[in-house]
Write a protein that binds this ligand. Sequence first.
Ligand code: T5A
Length: 209
Amino acid sequence: MKGLFITLEGPEGAGKSLQTGRLAERLRASGREVVLTREPGGTPAAEVLRSIALETPLHPRAELLVFLAARAEHVERLIRPALSRGAIVLCDRFIDSTVAYQGYGLGLDPEQIRSLNAYATDGLLPDLTLVLDIPPLLGFSRRGETRGDNIERREDSFHERLREGFLAEARREPERIRVVDGTAEVEAVAERIWDHIAPWVSRSKPETS
Ligand code: T5A
């Protein structure tokens, strides 16, 4: 594929939405087509599945399958077509959130989740994944609100486990997954992210060529 697929991951309130938005602006200013999207969601059907996953208490395996169904829809209807036209796709959460939340957090088998992720995406992997690492309680305190959805309301130890899960995945796939200190100032985080992304952007094929 001609495009570039970048995902941002991390615990709640790590700064993913803020940083993907800034990054999209910076990349668009350089003339690239950028598709900014999120998981779960990104297409009308996947947004419906998002509401189910976040608002309805489900059995862990059912919860996992809802996230995967949303992902299959998202990949085939939005991400893969955008990459085929040469766009840069920036996705707020993707496969590593499922390994971290439903695997390390809920206790489902991470290896089985990796296989199911590969099925849901038909083998599509991000070119680069940045984990914004932050202590979960700092992430919650930044937002200054009560924990809203079904998953956010889980106990603190669940959120600690999933943070460790992201770091473990980064050790497992050091080429694809890079860890960025999400506790730094917004500008410093943005520059660190850019340092990781810039070489990929210059190598990837522009939309117009
Ligand atoms: N999920 C998702 C699964 O369980 N399995 C899966 O497979 C997938 C894909 C998604 C939920 O679904 C779960 C994970 C989640 O629980 P969501 O609403 O999309 O739900 O949740 P988040 O992605 O966590 O969204 P958040 O808004 O909570 O976190 P962000 O996007 O990381 O944080 P952001 O950018 O909104 O920033 C939060 C606040 O912090 C400030 C911002 O201004 C904002 O106020 N901030 C900073 N403050 C100080 N210093 C910095 N460096 C800052 N960066 C941001």
